[in-house]
Design a protein around this ligand. Structure first.
Ligand code: GLC
Length: 577
């Protein structure tokens, strides 16, 4: 604990020492940590101790995550327990319910406009339900991840309401500009997240006598992380949930925390320091709890969230959004070289970090994360392709920042061509590739049964709702019985996950070597010795010779591998014998 405190304050001093509230806040942070440490239960301490011996516990080959909206998947938190058999049979070991905390009334950006960080959305259940869920999951060897929306609160949040009512201290929790010229000057360097539906980064609030910073929607007020009270409050929130039994936090919108004039105010070094400081604070109380950085940025900008150059311990996981986008690029163009390039450039070196691997999530696919690796006009073509321009894909365009390819929305099944005969083969190619790359895979609800796009007329004006359907349980039950349109999707998903779980070479920390001597194929060696697995994937249109000497079998189907790899085929090759 003493060591963790030294590291925490060592990180915070340079950020806050000039702030007048620092001496007081420094003491308060110490108290917050002491109180939380005392409150940590013996059962959770035992989990911490267990994980100390397996610092990348989330990277085991049988760790599969599953991300979902509680209401759309199970109705309520309590209802989730009835759905655990579905997840366990699928091979899921980590649940990531999207925000469960009380959101603002009406449109809450899917819960990402938080009105109360310590309460559960009443329609979903109660704090006790979450506590019971966490305990149940731990009993089954499973884990619970939770969102922590660090960058902003809802306008409905008590801090924002107090600020509107003239509370000076709470006004200081937000970034409020008094002067329109100031707004213009800041805006000159900023990007826009939702240029179509929420242009600009500031919202005029007459009661504040100024403009409040709102990077996302006008009802999501950015917190001012240059105020140490904000750090203390959010650390307290993390510790609160860690002690309820949460095993991992998704740090929502991590890049936006620190702002500096004259910069784009994303991914600033101070933001990396804040993530490392949250880590140090957790280490003092709940060291087994992992942090997942949500930084949907170019790979070079994502790396400092998990492996800062100075060796500091920061987040343990980060979305590998570059590889995710590259998988879709490869599917559209037939060229998988960029996947190999990204995997090669992003081999992690720390013992306690892993990539989060995924194909789809609740957000759009942001092509501009590949800027600098894929030509701008090529990204435009790919965006058009997935928006349905003449190919198999049936997605839609989402908002585009000026000069960037519009991002893409749509369920996985629709993006691979739901109706077409080859849709399932494309899913297999993507999923088998993703599961063999280094990382902790996270599935997205409904993909395991090939749910297509869902048009919900009651959804907010935000095209991402196209891929946020309710779980289709009749289809799921039929699929489990081997019937209906989801059956093949489900059996494929279950099989790949089950085989993966049996292959130590697919641990996130197993060695990774991308081979470049087999043009036209993606070939990645994982692990070593007898256990080695070689991912061989043909995203192209021509058959390619198998680039392996000796006697190999396909671990997925447990059968010999053909010497010629047909287009669209993927193998996990394992030495026979
Ligand atoms: C994250 C979420 C996204 C949300 C945004 C604002 O990017 O994944 O759904 O709109 O943060 O909270």
């Amino acid at each position: 604990m003493i060591e963790d405190l030294r590291s925490l304050f060592g990180l915070l001093e340079p950020l806050y020492q000039a702030h007048p509230a620092w001496p007081v806040e420094r003491d308060r942070i110490g108290q917050v940590l002491a109180t939380a440490a005392e409150a940590r239960s013996p059962a959770l301490r035992a989990l911490d101790a267990d994980r100390a011996a397996r610092p990348a516990w989330f990277g085991a080959p049988d760790m599969i995550g599953y991300s979902f909206y509680v209401d759309r998947f199970a109705g309520t938190v309590a209802g989730l327990q009835g759905r655990l058999p579905w997840l366990e049979t699928l091979g899921v070991r980590l649940l990531h319910p999207l925000p469960m905390t009380r959101g603002q009334a009406g449109d809450s950006d899917g819960g990402f406009a938080v009105a109360d960080y310590r309460a559960i959305e009443p329609a979903l259940g109660s704090l006790d339900d979450v506590r019971a869920l966490a305990t149940d999951l731990h009993g089954r060897g499973m884990a619970l991840a939770m969102d922590c929306v660090l960058n902003h609160t809802a306008r409905d949040h008590a801090w924002a309401q107090a600020a509107l009512a003239g509370d000076v201290e709470k006004r200081g929790y937000y970034r409020i500009l008094d002067d329109a010229d100031d707004v213009t000057a800041w805006e000159a360097d900023l990007d826009e997240v939702f240029p179509d539906t929420a242009p600009g980064n500031f919202t005029h609030e007459p009661a504040l006598g100024g403009w409040v910073w709102t990077s996302f929607y006008p009802f999501q007020w950015d917190l001012d992380w240059s105020n140490p009270a904000v750090f203390r409050e959010m650390l307290d929130v993390l510790l609160f949930w860690a002690n309820v039994g949460v095993d991992a936090f998704r740090l929502d919108s991590a890049p936006y925390l620190w702002k500096r004039r004259g910069t784009v105010s994303r991914n600033l070094p101070e933001t990396h320091t804040l993530v490392a400081a949250l880590r140090a604070g957790l280490d003092a109380v709940a060291p087994g709890v992992a942090l997942l950085a949500e930084a949907i940025e170019r790979t070079a900008d994502v790396l400092p969230y998990i492996e800062p150059q100075d060796g500091t311990r920061a987040a343990q996981l980060a979305y590998h959004n570059g590889v995710m986008a590259a998988l879709w690029v490869a599917l559209a163009t037939g060229d998988a070289a960029i996947i190999g390039e990204l995997v090669r450039d992003t081999v992690l070196t720390r013992a306690d970090t892993a990539w989060l691997s995924y194909l789809r999530c609740h957000d759009d696919i942001i092509w501009s994360a590949l800027n600098g690796r894929v030509a701008a006009d090529e990204l435009d073509r790919i965006s058009d392709f997935y928006a349905g321009a003449g190919g198999f894909a049936d997605g839609r365009r989402f908002q585009a920042r000026p000069g960037a390819a519009p991002s893409t929305v749509g369920m996985l099944a629709s993006l691979v061509g739901t109706q077409g005969a080859r849709a399932l083969d494309r899913y297999r190619l993507l999923l088998a590739t993703m599961l063999a790359l280094p990382g902790m895979p996270m599935l997205y609800m409904g993909d395991e049964i090939g749910l297509p796009n869902h048009v919900d007329p009651a959804a907010p004006d935000d095209a991402r709702w196209l891929h946020r359907p309710p779980m289709d349980w009749p289809r799921a039950d039929a699929a489990a019985a081997g019937e209906g349109p989801g059956a093949q999707w489900l059996s494929l998903t279950r099989r790949l996950i089950a085989v993966r779980a049996s292959l130590p070479a697919l641990d996130a920390k197993a060695a990774t070597m991308v081979r470049d001597d087999a043009p036209g194929l993606l070939v990645v060696e994982r692990g070593s010795g007898d256990e080695m697995i070689v991912l061989v994937a043909n995203f192209g249109e021509r058959p390619q010779p198998l680039p392996l000497d000796g006697d190999w079998k396909d671990a997925i189907e447990d059968r010999p591998i053909a010497r010629l790899i047909a287009p669209g085929c993927v193998f996990w090759a394992k030495r026979r014998g």
